[in-house]
Ligand binder design. Structure first.
Ligand SMILES: C[S@@+](CC[C@H](N)C(=O)[O-])C[C@H]1O[C@@H](n2cnc3c(N)ncnc32)[C@H](O)[C@@H]1O
Length: 293
């Protein structure tokens, strides 16, 4: 089943998970940090990427290279989705699915309602690396945690159900840092399957970049990011993307709310305007509740 998701933590789309962990580490070390991730830096150290990624704020950062700014964006989106899970937990949802979990440590750092099970879906080698580092760190989960090695372009529901997912229970789903890497047909199939597996009371959270991808990829700062830190997410985005998750969810009976990450950043008093890469300015943070029907 996993023949097509063979990247590890420093190759292909796997290295984007490491980049996000580095950004979370940096945000963790900021005084005004929006997220505290005690394992993020350990992941970056253990990975031994060919070009080391910064995990601490650098007062002398080259203003042309948006690493610290990217960390602010990652802090904003992490906090926003942390709050989504706090609300879902308070509403009684105790089944959670993290698509493309990467090096997300929410299972270890959030307060979940008792009995919660968190399913982490990602490529096998990414999950292996993650478990190895978390074991070395002596990390303790705050929920039942199950990793599910899949290719999200394939039949992931079968693997999820085999891991214990209960289709009768409401689920809180998250797709964070995933959609830009999937072609539109794979996004459509992901949403269809998630919808089919959603019992009444389910909730969905999604990060969506709703810009012109061909244009977004031309931002010259991506090239600088790659040259300096060996990390350029834009190179992995299919150019021809027009998927509309807000429309899809509304058409399928979900009650949807979408807010610009820049607006959320203002609310957190960490403004992003004029200081980030274009794709982050085009980022929509979406939440949806299953409709009554
Ligand atoms: C940018 S990282 C985001 C990780 C995590 N959600 C976070 O925000 O920290 C993207 C992740 O998507 C995973 N991914 C991308 N395409 C995938 C696919 N087809 N199947 C499984 N995982 C995939 C990668 O392995 C990587 O861990």
């Amino acid at each position: 089943m996993n023949q097509h998701a063979q990247w590890d933590i420093i190759t292909g789309v796997g290295i984007t998970a490491l980049g996000v962990a580095a950004a979370r580490a940096l945000e963790t070390h900021r005084q005004e940090g929006l997220v505290t991730d005690p394992y993020a830096e350990a992941f970056v150290r253990a990975a031994g990427a060919p070009v080391p990624m910064p995990t601490r704020p650098d007062a002398n950062e080259d203003p042309e290279i948006p690493w610290g700014r990217m960390a602010t964006y990652i802090g904003v989106r992490s906090r926003f989705f942390d709050e989504f899970f706090a609300d879902a937990s308070a509403a009684g949802v105790d089944q959670v699915v993290l698509f493309a979990a990467g090096l997300d440590t929410r299972a270890f750092r959030l307060d979940w309602r008792p009995g919660t099970t968190v399913y982490e879906l990602d490529a096998p080698k990414v999950l292996q690396f993650k478990d190895q580092v978390l074991t070395e760190q002596g990390a303790q989960t705050r929920c039942h945690r199950r990793t599910v090695a899949v290719d999200l372009r394939e039949d992931w529901p079968a693997a999820l159900r085999q891991s214990g997912f209960d289709v009768r229970c409401p689920t809180a789903w998250l797709a964070e840092g995933l959609l830009p890497f999937l072609p539109d047909d794979a996004k459509d199939s992901l949403f269809t399957r998630m919808h089919e597996l959603s019992a009444a009371g389910s909730q969905i959270a999604v990060e969506h970049i709703d810009g012109d991808f061909a244009a977004l990829r031309r931002d010259p700062r991506f090239q600088k990011l790659r040259d300096r830190f060996g990390f350029d997410p834009s190179a992995l985005w299919p150019a021809n993307q027009h998927y509309d998750p807000v429309g899809w969810l509304a058409d399928h009976g979900w009650v949807v709310s979408a807010v610009r990450a820049t607006v959320v950043a203002q609310q957190y008093q960490r403004p992003l305007d004029n200081m980030i890469l274009e794709p982050m300015g085009s980022s929509l943070l979406i939440t949806a509740q299953a409709g009554a029907g």
